[in-house]
Write a new protein. Sequence first.
Length: 243
Amino acid sequence: MQIKVLDHYTELSKQAAHIVIDTISRKEDSVLGLPTGGTPEGMYKELVEQYKNGEISFSQVTAFNLDEYIGIPQNHTQSYYTFMQEKLYSHIDIDSKQTHIPSGEATNLELECSRYEKLIDQAGQLDLLIIGIGTNGHIGFNEPGADIQATTSVVHLAQSTIEANARFFDRIEEVPKQAITMGLGTMINKSKHILLLASGKQKAEIIQQLLTSQEVKSELPASVLHLHQNVTILLDREAASLW
Ligand code: GLP
């Protein structure tokens, strides 16, 4: 595990974007795993800027998102589909056929999960999987108690996640209670390099728990990262403050 502490969120975002650009520069048809949430927004902004400056092309890249809500339409302002269009895809030269997000609107959700997992398998290993972390230790939407070997599946959101994500919705009742998420097994077994980003003091406690023990336990889903050989963690000072 390589851990870097950056002074500020802006530097963390630049570093993260640099790792993405480096990955694509080495292999233009890279397969990426991409997160949503507040944390990666700065990285996406930086990537869009670098694209506009002619520093990077996404034309050969394939991308898989970590997760999507169930119970809101794809075009909802808070769907992860909309997030990705707004923050990244509508600004860069990526072919829409190359961008994948599970569909939370599928009539057969189990079938949608296996379809998604097969797509990942067909793409080969994810060259770079970028993730954030929930204050309860979730990655993607793999909540405490998640199966460490799980592939893409339908999950129930923890109450703490619903509360944390309520800031994006008008009322907490509007936050979906279920999601489709790439599984912990998918992340660990099907990625060559995992990049975890954490920013802000609200992440300090979970980062401390994650980094002070090597133990892998389903109560702390992010602890599966200890099973992977190539993990980079970027923290800002606040997220690293209790470590
Ligand atoms: C969300 C997403 C995660 C994300 C996490 C943290 O619920 N499903 O993929 O990493 O919560 O979000 P934030 O970066 O806004 O703290």
